[in-house]
Write a protein that binds this ligand. Structure first.
Ligand SMILES: N[C@@H](CCC(=O)N[C@@H](CS)C(=O)NCC(=O)O)C(=O)O
Length: 203
């Protein structure tokens, strides 16, 4: 089995944190976006979309989506600690929040990064106005999330889950574009301090 991973890419970090929580080690092959290693013909054989991460099983089957990789790890390799939910309602709730965190935090912050950051200048077409629009939307989402966290410890309930991993990665990713938790967002900050002090956050 091998995991195609860029140490700087947020979606790869989601998988690395997940593996660290599970105590599962999968051999990694580094594919550096900054060096355009994801665009080579060789890597396109692994993932035709030229995106990381990707997981290749020993029999050659592949998964090319971070949450799908995490789900496979939970169901096929290491069920504990459970991070996707233990019964139908909890599974659905965690899926809801995982998707909220993906669309409302991680993807918004990714759009700010892609459309405003010098890293992408000359690499992709940028729309700075759209990036700034996403920055404003992201600030509102942080307010929303802060209010949500007034009433519970973790993103999807009273225990750590895949939704916390996506949220942590999304918020850390926002820092590159100077998107930050505001001083008055004390519930969000309390949650952030707790999840980022877990050993897995270093992954
Ligand atoms: N939904 C996919 C997104 C994968 C993705 O966008 N990966 C980024 C790195 S975080 C990438 O490969 N970017 C390269 C590019 O846009 O050229 C997942 O979660 O795996």
């Amino acid at each position: 089995m091998r995991l195609f991973d860029d140490p700087l890419a947020p979606n790869c970090r989601r998988v690395r944190i997940f593996l660290a929580e599970k105590g599962v080690d999968i051999p990694r092959e580094t594919v550096e976006i900054a060096k355009k290693q994801h665009k080579t013909e060789e890597y396109r054989q692994i993932n035709p979309l030229a995106l990381v991460p990707a997981l290749e099983l020993d029999d050659g089957r592949r998964l090319c989506e971070s949450v799908a990789i995490c789900r496979y790890v939970e169901e096929a390799l290491q069920p504990e600690p459970n991070l996707f939910g233990a019964e139908p309602f909890e599974r659905a709730k965690i899926e809801q929040w995982q998707r909220h965190m993906e669309f409302e935090i991680l993807l918004l912050n990714a759009q700010v990064f892609r459309n405003t950051h010098p890293f992408w200048q000359g690499r992709i077409p940028q729309a700075p106005d759209y990036g700034e629009m996403c920055r404003k939307a992201s600030a509102k989402r942080y307010e929303w999330l802060n209010n949500e966290l007034a009433n519970r410890e973790y993103i999807a309930g009273d225990r750590f889950s895949i939704a916390d991993i996506t949220a942590l990665v999304g918020i850390d990713f926002g820092r590159i574009s100077n998107i930050r938790i505001q001083p008055e967002q004390t519930h969000l900050q309390r949650w952030y301090d707790a999840v980022s002090s877990r050993p897995s956050a270093k992954a």
